[in-house]
Ligand binder design. Structure first.
Ligand code: BGC
Length: 765
């Protein structure tokens, strides 16, 4: 499969042959989005081969009735899904009466590129219809400057004869989710209409018994033509509207259409305003030339790259990988709207859809802290703050105190329904608080904790205090019946990572409550925290049981982990991998194989608490049993590998995370891209190779250069500074592009960075 995209370009993803067998994979890879909406890389024309047509609108979701074999008390009643929404890219093409269908027609010179620098998807091919040859050129983008706008330019050139060409641009909301639990449709038609060069539809998500919001989506299209129109007609039916435009094309002549679509939803306007808003926005846009609209869009993509690009010299595939990941991450979320979050598959697939997971806090938030305005990360924190009530209800439902944030959610209500995850994967709560710490420590803005964060910190501490129990035999607090980040073991006792982050949350709560008590006691009072309660938190955190093996001198993933039968991944016959596709679940659960960073996740989060030797011992022990079958895994391992100077491994794991989808490592990219884990490739470079840390509110670097690269460079925002770092084999150059002189630490030595510093590596001890 790798051959599909093996024409590697640093700024583009190129597909230079048509792919019929793995079309879904190509569709995932060619996805585009603008944060407000996004879509898989489907063709505009009819395609009768296997395809997953998908376009999605951020924040629009549907509660699909839970389907489980054996109902357990506490299960959520629905699973929130991102509904596959109106197909607005569709354009059927008829050439001399023959419908263009890329699966059936004789297609040559197929070429498609995703231009990441400019945020544009382009396609080109020639087709032979009864001896007549035509060249099609198609460009598509979802505007970053006008978020409701999608633009498609479709040109056809007659290469050796004249012909009659019919374009049928349409909007279609007769769409089903592939992952619907009961084969239900999620949309009802409200209205549709069309006129010459224009059409619109309004569709509403179905009423449901769960009292979750109903969404209505409006879509309007406007068609511009290039060439002489011979005939035009239009029609509309339920959830569908079209124009049918016939043009004559002469030999060597190019004709075409431009399709402009605006999409609005009841997230922003009332239902009866939607089509008017679509029209208002559309009318402004169509008064401009295509090039002008395109320029406004590309300018903004270029600006994003100015602050976020990482340049890697000497290794094209690494370069393409990081740009692809940042491109897809920013296409999903750029922080403009605090009601939104980052779904593990963003707008590129349905499984996991656009729901929110702990991935956001653990993996994505640090990237936005580094490359975007601090308001972006703050918006992500506010999103959780606004869902605190639902998290408290969730804890109560399980018979616990405080707040338990959901594993999967759209509106704060848990909608995951596997007991081992819903009830047991509670470590997620720790990451919600860790993100508050991360933001505060990175930006120096304590105001957030004062205003909102403390409420979350306190309720999460209350949760942990009620979820632990005292082992009277050991006089230590324990947490039983959990699933750690490694989902290949369930219902285990004392997962080290969970116990450690619970302990930390309690300590962090004590620290912040005491700090606020002095100057802003109202924040403590509004949360009703007493000195007795703080004392309980302190005792639990002090007496938290943390499994450790004295003989091996390693942290133990959980009770009994070391009693397993140990086989290293390298000794497993290749055909066993990926385990989750080849082995029974039962066999996986009993095995020693680790799905994703677990102990290592903790060592990464709390890196200042462990020595390099400790990190190395744990890395060496756990890495050989880790299969990285969660896309989140390799980045954390890569970071620790860099830290312990295993650059070969760090590079291998970086490549795996940066090219996970481009190379379809886990053989599941056809379902959609791994959007949240894409942030991991940024982390592997910045926290990994460059060793950037911000412990104790001080910026530090420990840059290393993988052997495969000549050099790399990047920019980061840190507080009021913008800093540029260049790493060469024997020279590190750090520039202060914006902001006052700042204290930084490089390789353990302190510098005051005024304009720039250069450190010669050969001179280092
Ligand atoms: C991982 C989880 C993650 C989820 C969504 C799962 O495979 O094990 O840690 O939250 O995917 O990315």
């Amino acid at each position: 499969m790798k051959c599909l995209f093996d024409n590697i370009n640093e700024w583009k993803v190129i597909q230079d042959k048509i792919e019929i067998k793995e079309n879904r994979l190509a569709e995932s890879i060619m996805s585009i989005g603008n944060g407000y909406m996004g879509m898989r890389g489907n063709y505009e024309e009819r395609y009768s081969g296997d395809s997953h047509r998908g376009s999605y609108i951020a924040g629009v979701w549907f509660p699909d009735k839970t389907r489980v074999g054996w109902w357990k008390n506490g299960y959520p009643e629905y699973f929130g899904k991102i509904p596959n929404s109106v197909n607005y890219i569709g354009i059927r093409i008829f050439i001399d009466g023959v419908e263009l269908d890329l699966e059936k027609c004789n297609v040559e010179n197929f070429y498609r590129e995703l231009d990441m620098k400019n945020g544009i998807l382009k396609r080109k091919f020639t087709v032979n219809i009864n001896g007549k040859k035509f060249e099609a050129n198609i460009t598509r983008f979802l505007s970053v400057s006008v978020k409701e706008l999608a633009v498609i330019k479709y040109d056809i050139k007659a290469l050796n004869s004249s012909a009659k060409i019919k374009f049928i641009p349409y909007l279609d909301s007769n769409i089903k989710n592939e992952d619907s639990n009961y084969e239900e449709e999620f949309w009802n038609a409200v209205s549709s209409s069309s006129s010459e060069y224009r059409g619109n539809i309004l569709s509403r998500t179905k009423e449901n018994t769960f009292k979750t919001p109903i969404f209505t989506v409006g879509a309007t299209m406007h068609i511009k033509t290039r060439g002489k129109v011979d005939d035009i007609s239009y029609l509309s039916t339920d959830n569908y509207c079209e124009n049918s435009i016939t043009m004559d094309v002469l030999e060597n002549e190019t004709i075409g259409i431009e399709k402009y679509v605006t999409i609005t939803s009841t997230r922003d306007y009332s239902e009866n305003e939607l089509l008017k808003k679509c029209d208002d926005i559309l009318n402004i846009e169509i008064s401009k030339e295509y090039e002008e609209i395109l320029n406004e869009h590309t300018k903004l993509w270029n600006k994003r790259w100015e602050s976020a690009d990482i340049k890697i010299e000497g290794d094209k595939s690494s370069q393409q990988g990081i740009r692809y990941n940042l491109f897809q991450l920013f296409s999903t979320y750029y922080g403009e709207d605090s009601r939104l979050n980052i779904g593990p598959k963003g707008f590129t697939g349905e499984k996991y859809g656009g729901a929110t997971y702990w991935d956001t806090e653990a993996y994505c938030l640090p990237v936005y802290l580094g490359v975007a305005d601090k308001s972006v990360a703050r918006n992500l924190l506010v999103y959780r703050y606004n869902q605190l009530k639902q998290a408290k209800d969730n804890a109560k439902k399980l018979g616990l105190k405080g707040a338990l944030y959901p594993m999967v959610t759209f509106d704060g209500v848990e909608c995951h329904n596997e007991w081992e995850i819903t009830f047991e994967e509670i470590h997620r709560n720790g990451s919600i608080v860790y993100a508050i710490y991360n933001y505060t420590n990175y930006t120096g803005d304590f105001g957030y904790i004062k205003e909102k964060g403390i409420d979350v910190i306190v309720e999460v501490a209350r949760f942990w205090a009620s979820r632990v129990h005292l082992s009277t035999r050991k006089d230590l607090y324990m947490i039983h019946g959990v699933t750690g980040p490694n989902e290949y073991e369930n219902n285990i006792n004392n997962n080290w990572y969970t116990n450690y982050i619970a302990k930390w949350c309690l300590e962090y709560a004590v620290e912040n409550v005491l700090k606020l008590k002095k100057e802003h006691s109202e924040c403590v009072e509004r949360n009703n925290v007493s000195l007795e309660e703080i004392e309980i938190w302190r005792i639990i955190s002090k007496k938290m049981y943390l499994p450790y093996d004295e003989e091996l001198q390693i942290i133990v993933q959980n009770d009994n982990f070391l009693d397993k039968e140990f086989i290293e991944v390298k000794d497993l016959p290749k055909e066993n991998l990926p385990l989750n596709q080849k082995w029974s679940w039962d066999k996986i659960l009993r095995s020693c194989f680790i799905k994703q960073a677990d102990v290592l996740q903790g060592i990464y989060y709390f890196g200042n608490m462990f020595t390099k030797e400790e990190k190395k011992r744990n890395f060496d022990f756990y890495e050989k049993y880790t299969v990285h079958e969660s896309s989140l895994s390799s980045s954390v391992y890569s970071i620790i590998a860099s830290e312990v100077d295993d650059l070969k491994k760090a590079y291998e794991l970086y490549s795996r995370t940066a090219r996970l989808d481009l190379d379809n490592y886990n053989n599941d990219t056809n379902d959609g891209l791994h959007i949240t884990s894409m942030s991991g490739s940024w982390l592997s470079i910045i926290h990994g190779f460059a060793g950037m840390r911000t412990w104790n509110e001080t910026l530090s670097f420990e840059p290393k250069l993988p052997q495969e690269w000549n050099n790399y460079s990047f920019n980061i925002n840190y507080r009021d500074n913008n800093i540029h770092v260049d790493v060469y084999s024997n020279l590190i150059k750090i520039e202060n592009l914006k902001g006052k002189p700042i204290k930084i630490i490089v390789y353990g030595e302190e510098y005051v960075l005024e304009k720039s510093i250069e450190i010669n590596r050969s001179k280092l001890k």
